[in-house]
Design a protein around this ligand. Structure first.
Ligand SMILES: Nc1nc2c(ncn2[C@@H]2O[C@H](COP(=O)(O)OP(=O)(O)OP(=O)(O)O)[C@@H](O)[C@H]2O)c(=O)[nH]1
Ligand SMILES: [Mg+2]
Length: 417
């Protein structure tokens, strides 16, 4: 194929009053299509309360779509919903072009972005699960020659194998991912033992998570205005000015109607979030459909069992707000933290809030230890790692240490004198 693919987008306006919503949804779909390397050359919105069971659009509209798509030399037609296998087949027949639905498009972007072995496995698993029910009797799902969106991932030869072989592959990958999950949870346990608190950044795709991650950790992870730039989780240490430390993790972004197969496949990655000491929900304050996105994020958090973790909502991109918009935000949520990961505005306040939410603020205590006990010697080492020692006194039978200890670790470092 030469040049970017030319894509047509198709969506529904389910109610007259929801036109704006449908437009925004199609805008988002356009962002996704771009992220998958396509140029959007045609947009079709039809007002109808629900999709036609066999062709999604009404029969007249689908004919019209076929004609305009030919006129504009469209390569692929992308629907803003998940299509049933039957719909896929019918539409492909009527339109005569490659048909892709929203789920498949998102899977395709993930397939492009996956870098690590784990990421690739997770995406392949999601793709196979999507494919399985669409294999039988669906010639449309199989005719994917020529490359382009919806053709990456499980290869053509694999597509032609029977369901049994796909099931076997699903089984094998699931086991591999389970191994990864176990390894992760062991690493987390070790971290937990070391008592280093973890802050997980979550948020809608493109909210600025990685930009904030970089600002906090002085890292240089890839950021971009494209959707789903980050897939593989990153984790890094942040040392606060007074040498206290915490870990910050950045991970895959969420989106409205994130395909269920992806959430399931990325469970190992997302569990990182459920295990954090604090979840930082990064919100793009400047986008017009902020509330819808916030709800989509909360839904995914619920799905991965992260709703119990203390959460801090952070409004990012506040540099892009007008003074009026900012006032409205403060009125709506007086405790809102308004920051800009890009300009650094509000970062000090953010760090202060994180510190107090994690109870990292210090208390001066005196601890006593038995110098002959191996366990106590270990504990002394831990005090040095996690607290600031002010005074260390050794006598024959007792070591006493005066230290500034993070409040959250009180009682975990040793007996108070
Ligand atoms: N104006 C403004 N733009 C920002 C700010 N923070 C991030 N951006 C921009 O928003 C875009 C997305 O930023 P990323 O950090 O890649 O977002 P992300 O949440 O990691 O996105 P994914 O990994 O793709 O899900 C980039 O173009 C950033 O430069 C900010 O505070 N202000
Ligand atoms: Mg990112």
């Amino acid at each position: 194929m030469t040049g970017p693919e030319r894509a047509a987008l198709v969506g529904l306006i389910t109610h007259r009053a929801r036109r704006l919503e449908a437009e925004r949804s199609l805008d988002e779909l356009a962002g996704l299509a771009q992220a998958a390397g396509a140029d959007v050359v045609l947009r079709v919105l039809q007002e109808r309360p629900k999709p036609d069971p066999s062709t999604f659009l009404g029969s007249g509209k689908i004919q019209l779509l076929a004609v305009s798509a030919t006129d504009t030399a469209v390569d692929v037609v992308i629907f803003d919903n998940e299509l049933t296998p039957a719909q896929l087949g019918q539409i492909a027949e009527k339109v005569g072009l490659r048909i892709v639905d929203r789920t498949q498009l998102i899977l395709d972007i993930f397939a492009r972005r996956a870098r690590t072995r784990e990421g690739k496995l997770q995406v392949e698993l999601a793709q196979l699960k999507y494919l399985l029910p669409r294999l039988v009797g669906s010639s449309a799902a199989l005719s994917r020659l020529g490359g382009g969106i919806g053709t990456r991932g499980p290869g053509e030869t694999k597509l032609e194998t029977d369901r049994r072989r796909i099931r076997t592959r699903i089984h094998v990958i699931s086991e591999d991912i389970e191994q990864v999950r176990k390894r992760r949870s062991r690493v987390r346990e070790r971290r937990h033992k070391a008592s280093v608190p973890t802050v997980a950044l979550v948020g809608y795709t493109n909210a600025g998570k990685t930009t904030l991650f970089n600002a906090l950790t002085r890292a240089e992870a890839e950021t971009s205005d494209a959707l789903f730039v980050t897939l593989d989780p990153l984790i890094r240490q942040v040392r606060l000015p007074d040498s206290r430390e915490l870990l910050v993790s950045d991970t895959v972004g969420f989106i409205d109607r994130l395909p269920h197969a992806l959430v399931a496949a990325f469970r190992a990655t997302l569990e990182e979030t459920a295990d954090a000491d604090l979840v930082l929900h990064v919100i793009d304050a400047a986008t017009p459909d902020r509330d819808r996105r916030m709800n989509a994020v909360r839904q995914v958090l619920e799905e991965v069992g992260a709703l119990d973790v203390p959460m801090l909502e952070v409004y990012n991109k506040c540099d892009a707000l007008t003074p009026d918009e900012r006032r409205r935000l403060q009125d709506q949520d007086p405790s809102a933290l308004c920051i800009s990961a890009l300009t650094g505005q509000g970062m000090d306040e953010l760090l202060e809030t994180i510190t107090s939410r994690l109870a990292l603020d210090v208390v001066r205590v005196t601890l006593t230890f038995d110098p002959d006990s191996a366990g106590d010697r270990e504990r002394i080492a831990r005090v040095y790692r996690h607290a600031r020692v002010v005074l260390h006194e050794t006598r024959d039978d007792q070591v006493s240490i005066v230290a500034d200890v993070p409040r959250r670790l009180l009682g975990r470092l040793g007996p108070l004198a």
